[in-house]
Design a protein around this ligand. Structure first.
Ligand code: NAD
Length: 340
């Protein structure tokens, strides 16, 4: 029997997770929630999702606008085996305390929440076993997910002594007209190291003290980019390329074949016919992979809106103890979502 999943917060991440859950043969979406009756709410109903008001006092707003609604979150939460919270960053922790714990329902929070509010932090490659059967887990951010995957590949063939990463972050998601910058490069955070290293450590504790990051935000909406410099005890370029090839949810792209920027990587996702031009995989530039004096260098692009989506699916399987083997869950999710 399919497990029942409620998506609380049908925004950029929520609508993608809902569509991904709907594609799994062992899961069903029992409802999605919205705070306002906007076009996304109307589309959710048109797509066949049962819509609930995330905030009970707003229920009338939906009725006034003629958006079909089944009730409020409190009319559906007791039917859920698990809630995937996709509310804006900072709200998930309040939902955890005020709703999920009260109703004793398992919940997944997203990367906009702090690690300290949950029992553990999820990446399908690193912490599936640790999160198995747990009640409150966070799927880490898009950047952390990208770093976890690539460091997994490197770690599979050598020992990591120290990783240094520069993150070039997108200014806003494509649908967001309020954020920027539009003509500047912003050190964000301005302090070094940034919080991204400790976030990786929340998933991979053995990297404590070994990963240092800094980050800037630039005027682009398509993807993030990371430059990694990883000191190892010894490896070769071929060994790293082979490890990347064997690691799920990472692809390599070649500048020589026209992948000259994040723009062409997204064009590739569009040409593949990916819904919303999503690229769930991390894209590593093959030419950038190099090893100099045991130090691995590479550059990668991260599609911020979609790399965490398959992780949420595997996290559901782990928390509800549906599949013991993380690689089997990854394979099942990838097959259902058409991930390379
Ligand atoms: P979003 O603003 O696109 O969507 C959030 C949705 O939650 C909206 O539909 C909003 O109406 C709804 N909402 C607002 N208040 C709510 C409440 N009290 N209860 C339930 N729902 C509520 O945000 P997003 O970009 O999808 O981000 C969601 C989470 O995912 C955040 O933690 C964010 O940090 C994380 N995340 C975002 C990205 C990204 O690139 N957008 C990537 C990885 C992780």
């Amino acid at each position: 029997m399919a497990v029942k999943v409620l998506i609380n917060g049908y925004g950029s991440i929520g609508k993608r997770v809902a569509d991904a859950v709907a594609k799994q043969d062992d899961m069903e979406v029992i409802g999605v929630t919205k705070t306002k009756p906007d076009f996304e709410a109307r589309l959710a109903v048109e797509k066949g999702y049962k819509l609930f008001a995330a905030i009970p006092e707003r229920k009338e707003l939906f009725e006034e606008k003629g958006v079909e609604i089944e009730g409020t979150i409190f009319d559906v939460i007791e039917d859920a085996d698990i809630v995937v919270d996709c509310a804006p960053g900072g709200i998930g922790k309040d939902n955890l305390e005020n709703i999920y714990k009260k109703y004793k329902v398992k919940a997944i929070l997203q990367g906009g929440e702090k690690a300290k509010y949950v029992e553990d932090n999820f990446n399908a490659l690193w912490s599936y076993d640790r999160c198995y059967g747990k009640d409150y887990v966070r799927v880490v951010s898009c950047n952390t997910t990208g770093l976890c995957r690539t460091l997994y590949a490197i770690d599979s063939v050598t020992d990591i002594v120290k990783a240094r990463v520069v993150l070039i972050r997108r200014g806003a998601d494509p649908n967001d007209a309020k954020r920027g910058p539009i003509n500047a490069i912003v050190p964000n955070p301005p302090t070094v190291p940034s919080h991204h290293g400790p976030d990786v450590v929340s998933v991979v504790p053995k990297f404590e003290g070994k990963i240092l990051t800094s980050a800037v935000v630039v005027p682009t909406t398509l993807m993030h980019m990371h430059t990694l410099m990883v000191e190892t005890t010894g490896t070769t370029r071929d060994a790293i390329l082979d490890a990347i090839e064997k690691t799920p949810r990472i692809i390599t792209v070649k500048a020589s074949e026209g992948f000259d920027s994040t723009a062409t990587i997204i064009e590739y996702a569009r040409d593949l016919g990916r819904m919303r031009y999503d690229l769930n995989e991390i894209a590593i530039w093959e030419e950038s992979v190099n090893v100099v004096d045991n130090e691995v260098f590479l550059m990668q692009a991260v599609h911020q809106e979609s790399d965490v989506v398959p992780e949420n699916i595997d996290c559901i399987r782990a928390m509800l103890q549906m599949e013991e083997d993380n690689m089997k869950s990854i394979e099942k999710t990838n097959k259902a979502l058409g991930i390379k």
